[in-house]
Structure formats: C-alpha cells, structure tokens
Design a protein around this ligand. Structure first.
Ligand code: AMP
Length: 541
C-alpha cells in the first residue's frame, strides 16, 4: 500500500518564491567598509532573477559549477539562490586556503565561472593560468578594476542588462545545489556535494525550536564565513523563513562585530569559538548594548564551559552550542537543556551545555568501539561517532578515499565521543588528537577546557608527544592573556588542573606560546604544534 500524498520535490525554488511574495519589505543589510548597504528581500529576489538570466546568457547550464571568492555580503547571498535555482551548483571557495589547495579545488570541481571581490583581483590573476576550466570572471562590484583577467565583467553591469523574470526550471530534489570542500583533512581537500533536498530539510532542521530555532522574527547575523559549510546552511533557512539578515562583510574584529550587533539590534548570530572569545574580552572591558541578542550559535570547535558561563553570568548572553561537520551540512547536535535538567544547580547545567548535546531530530547517531561494536550510553566508554540522516553525505565528490569514511551505511565522523543516558554526545577528541598513554586514553579537549577556564589564560592546546615508556604523554601549549604574559607560571596551571584531574592525566610539561596556530576556518590547528614539538623531550615527573 502506498501513501497518497503529493510527490512534491524538495527544492530551494519555493523558498525564493515565498520570500519574494511574503517578505518583500524585510531588510538585508551588508556592512561594507564604513557604510551599510541596505536592501530588501523584494530587491534581492528581483536581482536573483536578473543574475540567473546573466548566468544563462554566459552559457552556464544545468550542473555547471559557479565558484565564489567572497565575503559575507548581499551579492554572495544572491548567488546562493541564483545558481542552484537555475540548475547550476554554487561553489564558495575558502578565502584563507593556500594557493596550491585553491588551484586543486577549482580544477577538481571544474568550476566554469568565478565570482570574486575586487580586492582579490591580483591574487586571482596569479592563479588563473593554473585554472583549467574557468571560462569567465565576474568582479563582485559596480566596475572592473585594472586587471589582466579575461574575459571579465562587473556584477552590476551584468545585472543592469537583464530582466528580473526568469523561467525557473522544474528541478528534481536530488539535483546538486551547492558544494564545499572539507578543511580538516590531511592530503587534498575532499568535495561534499549538497542536494536541493538536503538543503531544504536542513533548513527545516535549523528552524526547529529544539535545534537552533531560527524564526522570521530574528535579525540574524552570520559571522561564520559563507565558504565554511555554506555559513552552516543558515542563509537558506533565512530565505525560507523571511528572516532579516545582517552580513558583516570583511571586517570581523571584536569591535566591528560588537558595534554591528548593537547598531542593527541583531537577535541571533553564529560563529566559531575563537571569535566569541575575542568578543568576550572586549565586552569585559567596554560597554555595548546587546540587549536584543537572544542567542549566539557556537560550533566548528568546542565551546569551553568557562566561555558559556562568562557570557551568561557577566553579560546575560546565551551561547547555543552546536556540533556538526562539512559532511553534515553541518547540523548534528545542539546542546539545549532537557525539561528534566532545567532545575539543576548552575554548575551542572553549564557542564551539560558545554557538551555537544543530543542529535537534532533527523540525525541518527551511534558510537563504535575498536572491534566495530556499538558502545553503551554510559557516558564512560569511548567510541568513534557515526551518523546518518537526510542531510548527511553518502559519498565524497569524485574521490577514491570515500570507502574509508563509511561503515555499514553510516558516515564515520572521526570524532571520539562518550554518550550519556539521554543520548547527549560529548566529544572527547578528534580521533587523531586523543592521547594514548599506556592503556589509557586521555582527552586533550577536556584538559584544554580546564586550562582555558583559568582567569589568566587566553588559549590552550594540548597535544600528544612521543614517550619512551607510555607511547604518548600530554604537553600543554598555553597562551597567557596579555596582562599576564610575564607573570603566569606553570605551577599556577598545575594547581588549577589538580582540582579536576588525577596525576596520571596531568600534562608532563607546559610551554608558553604567543598564539595557538589556527586553520583556514579559525579553529585550533594542532597539526602545526604536533610537528613543532615532535622531538620535544619531556622532563621526568
Ligand atoms: P568542519 O567540517 O571543518 O566544520 O569540521 C568538523 C569537525 O569540527 C568535527 O568533526 C569536530 O571535530 C569539530 N567540531 C565541530 N563542532 C564542534 C563542537 N561543537 N565541539 C567540538 N568539536 C566540534
């Protein structure tokens, strides 16, 4: 017996049409240099039609990849819909990647056209000779600067010559809509190809009250770059709901962000923890009115408990801690309190919110031990997290490394976790970051969080260093806050750690460094530290 409901294809086009008809006056704002560019869903959806006509005139056909090299701004948002809804594939490129990786990605994706910000013209000129498939360049501004790139045209000129009506094609829900490459891998980056269906369902996932709970009433500011997992999929959900958006543009210092959050009365924002640690420092010293801000989504790396507590206790601001991956569009878990946890003492509630949390409806999770068996939900037994669901990858794009990442129809995340009786996940480490000392596994993330809760510490990364007897032992690399650069001592950190860890877990040594190296998306890059300290001789303790 079959159900008798419509075979309605889940594509992004109805999001566009809904916003056009229902929310033409809602605002979309971009910070561009010192000024703000204000537009509306009415204007933006009209320009999306013009842009689709321009892409078609350029020869972009169904399935062609449209690359962008851009910031979080309104033009980029227009591309987010014009390309997928006309049947092409949006492909945002990571601005912070080294040139050889960019060339690899553009050629591997076979990008046909490249949209870029005017200031990147010199950088793109240097690479263009290596791009094998790019046939057209578009400068994302009113005019074309002096450049050797060819053929090249300006975005505004393209739009001026087109009409807003576009005959949107009837797409199939499994058609490709967008792609991103993973940032975390060693070796060449791997491509993830999102479908219309996965982006549609993921937008619903983001809007659930038990998840991030984005709503029409929000004024939303994505600080997470639009090249990092499509700004965590949030621009699609914003269009679906008609949520006002504030795009922060290229300037992302804590002061820029605080001013914009305050001036535009932003209610919800999102970004990686390093960003919010910087903002916290600023808010501790200067006053801004952030009374409209109801939540700050933090993901991409663990939100330290001390940061969640500091925001809430000192500034009345709520961190919404989420975990995900490029391969998951990225939403996996959100660490909201359950009804039964609401009355718990402060310390317990903050500890729960610092976990990665239970999977959002739509995502299934399990953890598997070294023998391939599922581990119990006892909050003790370590296992590798595996996931499945409608917005999770089934295969990398043209990549022979795909089979290594799947187990029995589940995607292997590479994250080592414990799971509690409520199904709430706590990431212990990336599998390559766990410290294997004798028979014990030591979580570097736990230790980093405790060190970073010390009032004199700005950042901390804990890595494994080879050890003749124990195979590996922990070394803590610590960045003092500027005021304590010369005064913070190893003893103070050991005293602090002893309140939480027994002797066997304490790092064998502590080194002070100026900054923890960061990846292209702003996470701690422990690979660099591991190489730097691979021959480090640990003292006897
Ligand atoms: P990416 O694909 O670049 O977003 O990286 C995904 C990886 O980032 C995950 O597999 C985790 O290791 C890490 N990650 C993302 N969110 C969190 C979080 N809330 N806590 C801890 N690790 C996280």
């Amino acid at each position: 017996m079959q159900g008798l409901m419509m075979d309605y294809q889940l594509t992004l086009t109805p999001f566009l049409e809904r916003a056009m008809r229902m929310f033409p006056k809602k605002e979309i704002v971009t910070k561009s240099g010192p000024s703000l560019e204000r537009s509306t869903y009415g204007e933006v959806t009209e320009r999306i039609g013009r842009l689709a006509n321009a892409l078609a005139r350029m020869g972009i056909r169904s399935g062609d990849r449209v690359a962008t090299f851009s910031f979080n701004n309104t033009r980029h948002f227009e591309l987010y819909f014009a390309a997928p809804c006309m049947g092409a594939v949006l492909h945002p490129l990571n601005l912070r990647l080294p040139p050889d990786q960019l060339v690899y990605i553009v050629n591997h994706a076979e990008d046909k056209v490249l949209f870029f910000e005017p200031q990147f013209a010199p950088a793109i000129e240097k690479l263009s000779a290596h791009f094998k498939t790019v046939k057209q360049y578009v400068v994302m501004g009113p005019t074309v600067p002096e450049t050797t790139l060819s053929p090249v045209v300006s975005y505004e000129e393209l739009l001026r010559n087109e009409i807003p009506d576009y005959p949107w094609p009837r797409l199939q829900e499994n058609d490709a809509a967008a792609m991103c490459y993973t940032s975390g891998t060693t070796g060449n980056p791997k491509g993830v190809m999102y479908s219309h269906r996965s982006l549609y369902l993921h937008s619903m996932g983001l809007s659930m009250a038990d998840s991030v709970g984005l709503v029409e009433r929000d004024i939303y500011m994505p600080v997470v770059p639009m090249f990092h997992v499509l700004a965590w999929g949030t621009p699609f959900a914003a269009m679906m709901l008609g949520t006002s958006i504030v795009f922060p543009g290229p300037h992302l210092t804590p002061r820029d962000l605080a001013e914009l959050l305050s001036a535009e009365k932003v209610t919800l924002t999102a970004g990686v923890p390093t960003l919010w640690m910087g903002l916290l420092n600023l808010l501790d010293n200067e006053r801004y009115d952030l009374s409209n801000l109801r939540g700050m989504v933090v993901g991409g790396a663990a939100a330290p408990q001390s940061m969640i507590e500091a925001y809430e206790k000192r500034h009345g601001l709520k961190i919404i801690h989420a975990w995900g991956m490029t391969e998951m569009t990225p939403l996996g878990t959100v660490s909201n309190l359950l009804r039964s946890q609401e009355g718990l003492p402060d310390a317990e509630r903050f500890a729960i919110r610092a976990r990665q949390g239970p999977p959002v409806p739509g995502v299934e999770t399990r953890a598997i031990d070294e023998n391939g068996k599922e581990v119990p939900w006892d909050n003790k037994t370590f296992g590798e997290l595996e996931v499945r669901g409608p917005w999770i990858i089934k295969s990398y794009y043209n990549d022979e490394r795909t089979p290594q990442s799947f187990h029995d129809g589940w995607f292997k995340t590479g994250d080592v976790v414990v799971i509690d009786e409520n199904g709430s996940i706590q990431i212990v480490d990336r599998s390559k970051d766990v410290i294997k000392s004798g028979g014990e596994w030591i979580s570097s993330q736990d230790m980093e969080n405790v060190i970073m809760s010390h009032p004199k510490v700005a950042e901390a990364a804990v890595i494994a260093v080879p050890h003749p007897k124990w195979q590996e032992r922990p070394l803590a690399c610590v960045v003092p806050k500027p005021d304590f650069k010369d005064s913070l001592t190893k003893e103070e950190i050991y005293e602090h750690l002893k309140t939480k860890f027994t002797k066997m877990y304490l790092p064998d040594d502590i080194v002070f460094i100026d900054a923890v190296p960061k990846t292209s998306v702003g996470k701690f890059d422990k690979k660099v530290l591991r190489v730097q300290y691979k021959d480090y001789v640990l003292p006897d303790r």
